[in-house]
Ligand binder design. Structure first.
Ligand SMILES: Nc1ncnc2c1ncn2[C@@H]1O[C@H](COP(=O)(O)OP(=O)(O)O)[C@@H](O)[C@H]1O
Ligand SMILES: [Mg+2]
Length: 362
């Protein structure tokens, strides 16, 4: 899958412009605050309808403007596809070609992109929610139905928590919510586990490549409930925890507490790996996902790497870019480091990003 061109209007600090991207590696170079991350964010938004920054959609609209509009021309397989997204203070609207999208789910699957930002470098040690987000994104790319399951589960969880907080409900009413939650929850964890098992071998391989040595790297899923009991077991745990949940106004057991564990050389990486190794493992996780998606016969998602190289040491960084340069699909890399331009001489396209403009160098 390739983003051939991108039209931007009213998006953060980016000027109104049309950008032709290369099919392979694209390097966005420029000083801080010029708009490199914003450009990647625009593509990510067309992919997931969410920013990779914690922000409200309306903060994305350029200061003083009433709306932002993004368009992208894609090549999917051999077929062209145009996407359009309009952001206004009241909400967002989406189109596939000339036709308004039926619902967000229809739009979401179209442009597949995976982003990696400096925040993701903290994946190994960061909050579990970050790893769950990665896992659900991964499971979605490997199996699109995962999106609806994850969404339904989170709606059911919110509904149960809301009821718990009101404190006013009939026991049967809460049971109905708990049953739904147990059914969706057991399936959600099972799908996440399948995803982790699929990614494991690729993760091990990529870790070795990035670390430059054979590495016993592994992935494990720590479920937020006793998985062996299955759906009925989860329902039992929900019922047994009712008093606690009622006091807290939140559900204390289930996939909302699942966690992904990364291991290196037989030890939990969170506790034993050096900071540099943890960063490398985090990037390896993403590259493992890309490999696995492609290995499954799907097209490579567009890979968005924001400023990651500055945080890696020289050897890891060189191996990372060798690895990324060898990918067949489209990659966008941002950097403030002019040295990287030299290292990536084979880059298909180099853009200088200055004051909200992407200027093609070649
Ligand atoms: N809604 C907005 N409207 C206008 N400018 C914005 C908006 N949001 C962020 N910016 C500006 O975008 C610039 C940061 O762009 P960014 O892509 O993060 O830079 P970098 O090139 O360092 O990655 C900052 O100058 C910031 O003030
Ligand atoms: Mg940036």
């Amino acid at each position: 899958m390739i983003v051939r061109s991108l039209q931007l209007e009213g998006f953060r600090n980016l000027a109104t412009q049309s950008v032709e991207l290369g099919a392979g590696l694209n390097l966005l170079h420029g000083d801080n605050g010029q708009g490199k991350t914003n450009a990647l964010e625009a593509i990510h938004l067309l992919s997931s309808l969410r920013s990779f920054r914690a922000c409200r959609l309306r903060e994305i609209i350029g200061h003083g403007l009433a709306r932002a509009e993004l368009r992208a021309q894609l090549t999917v397989g051999r077929a062209p596809l145009a996407l359009r997204l309009v952001l206004e203070p009241g909400g967002r609207r989406t189109w596939l070609g000339e036709r308004p999208a039926r619902d967000p789910a229809e739009f979401l699957g179209q442009l597949q992109a995976v982003a990696f930002t400096p925040d993701d470098l903290a994946m190994v040690k960061g909050a579990p929610a970050q790893r769950r987000r990665f896992l659900d994104r991964a499971a979605f790319l490997l199996q699109p139905a995962h999106l609806l399951l994850a969404r339904d589960f989170s709606l059911a969880l919110r509904a149960r928590n809301r009821l718990l907080r009101t404190g006013r409900f009939q026991p049967e009413e809460l049971s109905a919510f708990s049953e739904t939650l147990a059914r969706l929850g057991a399936e959600l964890t099972a799908r996440r586990r399948a995803c982790v098992e699929r990614l494991g071998p690729a993760f091990q391989r990529v870790c070795g490549e990035l670390l430059g040595r054979p590495a016993a790297a592994g992935l494990g899923l720590q479920a937020g409930w006793r998985e062996a009991g299955g759906e009925r077991g989860l329902l039992g745990e929900l019922q047994a925890g009712l008093e606690r949940d009622r006091r807290r106004g939140a559900t204390g057991v289930g996939p909302q507490l699942d966690d992904l564990e990364l291991g290196l050389d037989g030890q939990p990486a969170r506790r034993f790996a050096s900071q540099g190794q943890q960063r490398t493992l985090a990037v390896a996780l993403l590259l493992a996902l890309v490999d696995e998606v492609v290995g499954g016969g799907a097209e490579q998602p567009v890979l968005l790497l924001d400023d990651v190289s500055s945080e890696l040491d020289a050897g890891n960084r060189r191996r990372l870019f060798e690895r990324v340069g060898a990918l067949a699909g489209q990659v966008l890399v941002t950097t403030t480091d002019a040295g990287l331009l030299g290292e990536l001489r084979g880059a298909a396209r180099v853009f200088e990003v200055r004051d909200g403009r992407l200027l093609a160098r070649q």
